[in-house]
Design a protein around this ligand. Structure first.
Ligand SMILES: NC(=O)C1=CN([C@@H]2O[C@H](COP(=O)(O)OP(=O)(O)OC[C@H]3O[C@@H](n4cnc5c(N)ncnc54)[C@H](OP(=O)(O)O)[C@@H]3O)[C@@H](O)[C@H]2O)C=CC1
Ligand SMILES: CC(=O)[C@@H](O)[C@H](O)COP(=O)(O)O
Ligand SMILES: [Mn+2]
Length: 390
């Protein structure tokens, strides 16, 4: 039986690579649902090629155009957030790939878990915002959560069921500003920040990589995926991104997963687990990548990493606060409304201004997200020192 796959965010970086994986294995996988936010033409093109049962465009204003574009095909067309959240519950779906960006991924992921669908989790924000709730639901509904993020997939591939782990070591590229001084960081632009040294990804995660918030989020993600305590999660800067992450076992043995930077592998592994399938593409050439280097992360220049550890230590709704504030400042940075370093200032202030809730419910997360966005947006507008550095 072919596995039926729903891709939330099929028009993005992860989504399009997931479709490449599916196209390479038409005997194993079939697309059941595709969703996007705005990109109607690409979504329609994907639907023509992969013949899903249904497509959803989150932005309702685009519904008519999508419906018209697919009017000659027997594909159900829906629009809006509610439709996107409901479509994941469809009976035949085996796996939901959460490849949409940001907090918007939380609600459909919860619905998919409750409907018993295996989650191939790319949307790390879901676990940052509500990791404890997601784990509780996954346990209650016996739903597997398979990591897609390259570091977490690497760790997942290294783990040995039953054998105790002393720590996990997340590798970080260090981003485009790894060697920049704090003074240089004051004037970096979005164009510079959008040039990741090793990976081609969506804009939001690329900025997060440059500010090292991505690594901070990955620390929180590792906490919930692998049940690690914060002190068991280490970050090491490895500029070549060849080692995707490592696991140190109780006896001191360290296992690493290596490969060329290509997200198709972790996407496919989440689909095929526990087996491995063939995959086309470049292979690692050890003679070409003979230098693998490692450094400690600098949390003075990249404060977001320290803020994320702080949020993890505090727990409750603090990771939700850091996520919402980060979404606001990244969007502002991409509009040249805040400087690179100003992003961390706003996040830190938001963390102290939004009311802390020790044991948040789902409703608390929703309220925290909204309140943090409001406060962070004010901080971006009102603080003159946060305006773009010249
Ligand atoms: N790219 C990568 O290599 C990696 C990504 N990830 C994670 O995967 C997720 C996706 O990242 P990436 O593919 O880079 O992101 P992209 O920006 O490339 O794609 C995002 C996708 O989500 C859709 N989308 C955006 N906002 C909404 C919304 N509010 N409601 C519904 N759909 C929405 C977009 O639709 P549209 O195109 O119409 O705007 C698009 O299909 C992120 O959480 C990221 O952190 C993790 C590891 C690696
Ligand atoms: C491909 C992937 O998983 C990204 O999260 C990537 O790891 C970003 O790289 P850095 O955050 O290490 O720069
Ligand atoms: Mn990653």
């Amino acid at each position: 039986m072919k596995k039926q796959i729903a891709i939330l965010g099929s028009t993005g970086s992860i989504g399009t690579q997931a479709l490449e994986v599916i196209a390479e294995h038409p005997d194993l996988y079939e697309v059941y649902v595709l969703t996007a936010n705005n990109q109607v033409d690409l979504l329609a093109e994907q639907a023509r090629k992969f013949h899903p049962e249904a497509v959803v465009i989150a932005n309702k204003d685009k519904y008519a155009r999508l419906k018209e574009a697919l009017s000659d095909l027997p594909i159900k067309v829906y629009a809006g957030e509610d439709a996107l959240c409901q479509v994941v519950e469809s009976g035949p779906i085996d796996i939901v790939l959460t490849a949409m960006v940001g907090y918007a991924g939380l609600r459909p992921t919860i619905n998919a878990i409750k409907a018993g669908k295996a989650i191939a989790l790319a949307n790390k924000e879901t676990l940052v915002v509500a990791g404890e709730l997601i784990n509780a639901l996954a346990a209650e509904y016996h739903t597997p959560i398979l990591p897609v993020d390259s570091e977490h997939s690497a760790i997942f591939q290294c783990l040995e069921p039953g054998n105790p782990v002393s720590k996990v070591i997340l590798t970080a590229s260090g981003g485009p500003f790894r060697t920049f001084t704090r003074e240089q960081l004051q004037t970096v632009t979005k164009e510079q920040a959008l040039k990741h040294p090793n990976w081609s990804m969506g804009a939001k995660i690329t900025i997060d990589s440059a500010s090292m918030m991505n690594k901070g989020f990955e620390v929180i993600e590792a906490r919930w995926l692998f049940g690690m305590r914060p002190e068991q999660i280490e970050v090491v800067v490895h500029p070549q991104s060849v080692i995707h992450s490592m696991v140190e076992f109780a006896d001191g043995a360290v296992k690493a997963q290596l490969g060329v930077p290509d997200m198709r592998l972790p996407i496919q592994y989440a689909f095929s687990y526990p087996v491995r399938e063939s995959l086309s593409g470049e292979r690692l050439d050890f003679v070409k990548c003979h230098t693998l280097t490692f450094e400690a992360p600098d949390t003075e220049r990249f404060r977001n990493l320290a803020l994320a550890y702080e949020a993890l230590h505090q727990g409750g709704n603090m990771p939700c606060i850091i996520n919402a504030a980060n979404e606001v400042v990244v969007a502002s940075f991409l509009q040249d409304r805040i400087s690179f370093l100003g992003m961390s200032d706003v996040i830190e202030q938001a963390m102290s201004k939004v009311p802390f809730i020790k044991e948040p419910t789902y409703a608390d997360y929703v309220a925290t997200d909204a309140e943090t966005r409001r406060i962070a947006a004010e901080l971006v507008i009102n603080a003159p020192s946060f305006s773009k550095s010249k």
